[in-house]
Design a protein around this ligand. Sequence first.
Ligand code: PLP
Length: 392
Amino acid sequence: MKINSNYLNLEESYLFSTIAKKVNEFQINNKDADIIRLGIGDVTKPLCGAVIDAMKKATDEMGHAETFRGYGPEQGYTFLREKIRDYYSTRNVKLDVKEIFISDGAKSDLGNILDIFSKDNTVLIPDPVYPVYVDTNIMAGRKIIYLDANEENSFLPLPPKDLKVDIIYICSPNNPTGAVYNRSQLKLWVDYANKNNSVILFDAAYESFIDEKDCPHSIFEIDGAKSCAIEFCSFSKIAGFTGTRCGYTVIPMELERDSTKLNSLWLRRQTTKFNGVPYVVQRAAEAVFTQEGKKQIFETINYYKENAKIISDTLNELGIWFTGGKSSPYVWLKCPNNMTSWEFFDYLLSKAHIVGTPGSGFGKNGEGFFRLTAFGDRDNTIEAMKRIKELF
Ligand code: PLP
């Protein structure tokens, strides 16, 4: 008997445990310190009223024999898939419901999608990056090629010349850098993928934060994307579903490799290994697309966006270089005075009692950078920026 020894190649992630340990130690030694956490990647605002009402109604249905639901369709209920189809149509992206798969979140699908690809494929992953892309490929024993994202390319790397890869990860708006690709940049990626027979795995988990006209919410807004891309999206950051769990994946019928529709492979994979998202949760997600739901979720998104603006205005005032903060809940700043990410973490914690996330935890190119997030409380964000201004 042998284990999957690829797991032994995974690097232990100490990022968030080290942060927690350092903050705990600091608090014990500085009992009165009012610590503000701007490192948090989770949302803090509750689910909106429209979502809660839909959830309650669906829960009641589950308590009556006439309206009770057992196993649902593995790929999701049509009522939710239709709403997502209509949502895409507002951006002139025409989808068939069969191209939309409901899941328990983007993280699961981003990991599980690798089931349908050969282990021999090469993978291109930007650095720094959301660590799930890296670890899931290491688990599968796939060869990873890293693409440098850095200050020179404003953390928006473009397709490499003279290099052919099979699978490409793009996350826009990006976690951790907050950087967002515009239309012409994404077109370069789509053209590259079509030319090289690659498949783009496009992570749109933060699409609802986009307000710049030239930045697409979906890769399918780009001509030619349907023959080379799969899109992952989530209700987590859009509507506060981080604990409720719902997302979706779009695989166009046009997308074929080895004369096979990837949509059919994914359908087979999901119907074999997945039994669907709870009815109550899918009804809750459906409520996000109602008039009331849209209004309420955008109130929350705008609250986070205002926090992001408060952070970016402060950094602009101080002349600190950063990406993100616009069309994104993340602000990715260059550590002042050439400090390393962890030096800046310690400095900010000890001098201003503020916690952020060291960029080096997201890849080697994250060294010297630092992530602040807009998911916190407004007063705390304002207070934190006041402290940072005093410090610099
Ligand atoms: N993709 C990115 C880039 C993320 O940052 C996250 C969560 O932080 C996810 C996907 C996971 O989303 P979900 O909660 O839907 O699994």
